[in-house]
Design a protein around this ligand. Sequence first.
Ligand code: PNS
Length: 178
Amino acid sequence: MRTAVCPGSFDPITMGHLDIITRASALFDRVIVLISVNAAKKSVFTLDERVALTRKATSHLPNVTVDSWDGLLVDYVRRAGATAIVRGLRAVSDFEYEFQMALANKRMNPDAETIFLTTASENMYLSSSLVRQIASFGGSIEGSVPECVREEILRRFAPDAGRGEQAEAKPASSKAAP
Ligand code: PNS
């Protein structure tokens, strides 16, 4: 039984994340999506909300489960008996940060390999923070996040948009649109 852990903030899960999780689920017997704490980020969604949204978004994948953890990733990986940490890699901007994490994790847990899956080209630009920002200004995030996440984001960031077209959503800024 080969188990992989897909760790991240998932604040919230995007189509980019879902693509990586789906591809990892085809490579491993079991995939645990681990909502973890990134000390450098302040989350917008609570841990419980992120777990619930990620569970909904991955419910169609039978060998994928979702868990949360507020400790070191390598400790969870060891406890879960996982042999791989799977991360998505977007263009060059991610590389240095990912390389540093992979090396630090390897040093702490030599038994776990970090495996990078290249992000699909259509998701190259996507990030949770970009999605949140676009939604907060009333822009369309259709196709960027799973539908259950889109509904939740619209409820939170652009409440007016939930009732009709997103184009009708009020921008977060008080300035008139150009
Ligand atoms: O989606 P993110 O924010 O890029 O994910 C980063 C995350 C959560 C995977 C990373 O910060 C992490 O592993 N946090 C758990 C604590 C830990 O092990 N930190 C040391 C990493 S070398």
